[in-house]
Design a protein around this ligand. Structure first.
Ligand SMILES: Cc1cc2nc3c(=O)[nH]c(=O)nc-3n(C[C@H](O)[C@H](O)[C@H](O)COP(=O)(O)O)c2cc1C
Length: 336
């Protein structure tokens, strides 16, 4: 199976909800929620695309070659690439139901494990996504970051976090930016913003807060005991007119220093984009929609092929910029 075959097959089976565009950039599906689009005018997604296109990379191949090691050590494990697969829920609600949430979650987790990257899964009102994420983690030595919704009933958030800890999950997350997410339908009333005190920072596995966009938010996450933040607007699905996620990373890094892991999320599509995110200060890059395409077109094998192609693209950019390790991908490697 080749990646081209994976994408062709996905194109046959994902319509009409996903058109499997040549470049997944938020133009064709703008405003389609339910669906895969970003909210309203789609600007929170397209702003990310536009900013990334403005970041330029400084080439330098005049150096003694030391090879390229793109591996990342995080949460006590080493990954082959600094790539995280985003939590995506609603295979029948947002997509066309060609895959169930369970099949998608297992394809993602197994493919990510084979490629040496870290997968995430979601949570929804009926509990099915949470359950299959937990099952997939159990089957794969805890290798799945279940991303809990910010349940208004805080006891539900805490008890699920403790269950993930007991199951030996590598980490868990909460997409606090879903607090007012209209796509949750009537279940939106079950969600709420979370104060520092309500966040489950004392659970003993690392906790990532997803949907942080300001230095103040990052500082609150640090005080609440988070291990990291995911700089995200849910792929532009929860608010319009947000700045590019990558654009704000330097401000967040300045606010929290190295106290928190910072994960870039939104419109990252290539190894070049991942390199830019890391040079702007991220520790890892999270990618969403294309992994769903890879799973539809080729199951776990499609996920593996796609993840490895991203990793090899990143290593090629590292070669072209005199970066032997991720620590070499510093701000001087890019220009704005
Ligand atoms: C259809 C769809 C469903 C999503 N479901 C979830 C979810 O259940 N939990 C969550 O934290 N994020 C969810 N997200 C957001 C993604 O995790 C991620 O932030 C976003 O897709 C990143 O942007 P990208 O797709 O441009 O890479 C969803 C995104 C889409 C498009």
């Amino acid at each position: 199976m080749t990646l081209d075959e994976v994408w062709s097959r996905a194109r046959e089976i994902m319509r009409p909800n996903c058109r499997v565009c040549k470049v997944c950039n938020g133009a064709a599906c703008r405003g389609e929620i339910p669906g895969l689009g970003a909210m309203g005018d789609g600007s929170s997604w397209t702003n990310c695309v536009e900013f990334l296109s403005r970041v330029k990379i400084n080439m330098d191949t005049v150096y003694e070659s030391r090879g390229q090691d793109a591996s990342l050590e995080i949460f006590g494990r080493r990954f082959r690439y600094p790539i995280f697969a985003a939590p995506i829920g609603g295979m029948s609600h947002n997509y066309n139901g060609a895959m169930t949430d369970r099949d998608w979650t297992f394809a993602l987790v197994r493919g990510a494990k084979a490629a040496g990257i870290l997968p995430f899964s979601g949570d929804n009102a009926n509990g099915e996504q949470y359950a299959c994420g937990l099952d997939a983690a159990r089957e794969n030595e805890g290798l799945n970051v279940v991303t809990l919704k910010p349940w208004a009933d805080n006891g539900k958030l805490i008890s699920r976090a403790k269950e993930l800890e007991a199951a030996g999950c590598i980490a868990f997350a909460c997409d606090v930016d879903a607090a007012g997410f209209a796509n949750m339908g009537s279940a939106v009333s079950q969600l709420a913003p979370k104060s520092e005190a309500e966040l489950p920072g004392s659970v003993k596995i690392p906790f990532l807060l997803k949907g942080v966009m300001t230095p103040a938010g990052a500082e609150k996450a640090a005080r609440a005991g988070c291990a990291g933040i995911i700089v995200s607007t849910h792929g532009g699905r929860v608010i319009q007119s947000a700045p590019s996620t990558c654009e704000v990373i330097p401000e967040l890094r300045a606010a929290v220093g190295n106290d928190l892991k910072i994960i870039a999320d939104g419109a990252l599509r290539t190894g070049t984009d991942i390199f830019k995110a890391l040079a702007l200060g991220a520790d890892a890059a999270m990618i969403g929609r294309p992994f769903v395409v890879a799973a539809h077109g080729g199951g776990a094998e499609g996920v593996r092929l796609y993840a490895e192609s991203l990793g090899e693209q990143l290593k090629n950019v590292m070669l072209m910029t005199n970066c032997a390790a991720l620590a070499d991908i510093t701000a001087d490697k890019i220009r704005l």
